[in-house]
Write a new protein. Structure first.
Length: 122
């Protein structure tokens, strides 16, 4: 069974492909995976941000801003890990939007729970 929308799999079953005009990906538009060197650069960046987090903790002048600074640095590291090591940077925009929507929903629920414990009025 060989048609325009299905190919034969070597194992015998059909492989369904969606044509680009119906929302499928074009074969020529595949992204190149990052090189090993790019992963090393990302790891070095994450190590530098972690070192900055440790350094910020020991600066007495930043005591009042410690938590917001560390939260921002943690969010930066989270985004870099998700984008590079989970390959979200190379996936469809739909997957990115779903991931961000789930993250925003989780953060919103967390803030609601904190509010029920009167964290903001202490």
């Amino acid at each position: 069974m060989s048609t325009d929308s299905a190919l034969e799999d070597p194992a015998g079953g059909p492989v369904v492909e969606t044509p680009p005009e119906q929302g499928g990906a074009e074969h020529g538009s595949k992204h190149e995976h990052p090189s090993d060197l790019q992963y090393v650069y990302v790891a070095l960046f994450l190590a530098a941000v972690t070192a900055a987090e440790v350094a910020v903790y020991y600066v007495p002048a930043l005591e009042g801003l410690l938590v917001p600074i560390l939260v921002v640095m943690a969010l930066v590291k989270f985004c870099v890990v998700v984008l590079w090591f989970m390959h979200l940077r190379f996936d469809s925009r739909l997957f990115r939007r779903l991931f961000v929507a789930g993250f925003v929903l989780a953060a919103f629920c967390y803030l609601i729970v904190l509010s029920t414990f009167h964290v903001w009025t202490r």
